[in-house]
Design a protein around this ligand. Structure first.
Ligand SMILES: Cc1cc2nc3c(=O)[nH]c(=O)nc-3n(C[C@H](O)[C@H](O)[C@H](O)COP(=O)(O)OP(=O)(O)OC[C@H]3O[C@@H](n4cnc5c(N)ncnc54)[C@H](O)[C@@H]3O)c2cc1C
Length: 286
């Protein structure tokens, strides 16, 4: 059993955190809001005996920078701070709704966007499908430098990041798309969602869909795009009932997971109504 500085180091700079993690090798683990890590023993996870490097005092990772083209979000921005910073920014509704509806108010004050994306064994993470539908990129910082990759590449790699590699920032391009995030918790609003649909569309005249990007979370082990749904939406007026019917015809695209909150068949069965609600939210004046 390790003690004191071996088990807990508080970093105050990004480069200090990277160096401390690289020193610790595979024994080291980043600690952000700790809302996922603290439940590792309950999940039978490996993390209780790690040497933690705390990230929450790194000011540069707690900023949201809203530029003309991009929004850059530090990995330690909390769900609550994110929802507040982007509340009035066009195109970000999916991310705002994801951040504002996950968990409960107390957890949202400490849980971070970086922790949400890096909890690789968590299928129901709200921010993941929201960021996929917004075509976000993530920035990784390691002793070798900084690398920017798509969400999809990050999700494929995140369980095997080399020691000393941190998710440092998330970059979302500002677009003319509208977006929505719809989730189904089973009992209370803060419960883990059994299924999530995040949808971003650009609408033309008569609400014709010019571009669409959809992502589904909590149904499979890792959230991913729903490309057949996207293809079926483009070129037609956005119609919530028709979108739900289309979703119902494309359910074979997923191999749904069984879990304690819901069986796989149920996660699939609710997708059409989540698509209908997302489409409804994206219609002008809805
Ligand atoms: C009661 C409760 C309800 C919840 N409900 C929801 C919900 O409805 N929706 C939802 O999405 N989530 C939910 N969560 C899950 C989750 O805890 C949060 O979503 C949160 O975002 C995790 O962030 P954190 O900062 O606490 O991460 P931590 O617990 O600190 O870390 C999580 C993992 O990510 C790693 N990590 C953290 N930051 C970085 C980084 N910058 N770079 C590399 N690795 C990093 C850690 O080493 C760890 O493996 C809930 C949690 C609780 C306790």
């Amino acid at each position: 059993m390790k003690t004191g500085a071996d088990t807990f180091h508080v970093a105050t700079t990004l480069h200090g955190a990277v160096a401390a993690l690289a020193d610790r090798g595979h024994a080291g683990a980043p600690l952000a809001g700790a809302t996922w890590i603290m439940r590792a023993p309950l999940r039978g996870g490996p993390q209780q005996d790690r040497s933690y490097v705390a990230l929450s005092r790194i000011d540069e990772l707690r900023r949201v920078e809203i530029g003309e083209r991009d929004i850059t979000i530090g990995a330690c921005v909390t769900h609550a701070a994110l929802a507040s910073a982007l509340a009035h920014i066009d195109g970000c509704a999916a991310l705002v709704q994801a951040a504002a509806s996950s968990a409960n108010p107390a957890v949202r004050q400490v849980a971070t966007i970086g922790g949400n994306l890096c909890a690789w064994d968590f299928a129901s993470a709200d921010l993941v499908p929201a960021l996929i539908c917004l075509a976000a990129n993530v920035e990784l910082t390691s002793p070798d430098g900084v690398e920017r990759i798509s969400m999809e590449r990050f999700l494929a790699r995140r369980s095997e990041l080399a020691p000393g590699t941190l998710l440092s920032r998330i970059v979302v391009a500002r677009t003319a798309c509208g977006s929505a995030h719809v989730r189904l918790p089973l009992r209370r609003s803060g419960d883990y969602p059994v299924a999530i649909v995040s949808l971003a569309v650009k609408l033309g005249q008569n609400s014709t869909v010019l571009t669409a990007r959809a992502a589904v979370g909590s149904v499979e082990v890792v959230a991913r795009r729903w490309e057949t749904l996207e293809a079926g939406l483009v070129g037609r007026p956005l119609d919530p009932q028709a979108a739900a019917a289309l979703a119902g015809r494309c359910l074979d695209d997923f191999v749904a997971r069984d879990g304690v909150e819901a069986a796989g068949w149920y996660r699939l069965a609710v997708l059409p109504s989540l698509v209908r609600r997302a489409a409804q939210a994206l219609l002008p004046h809805s």
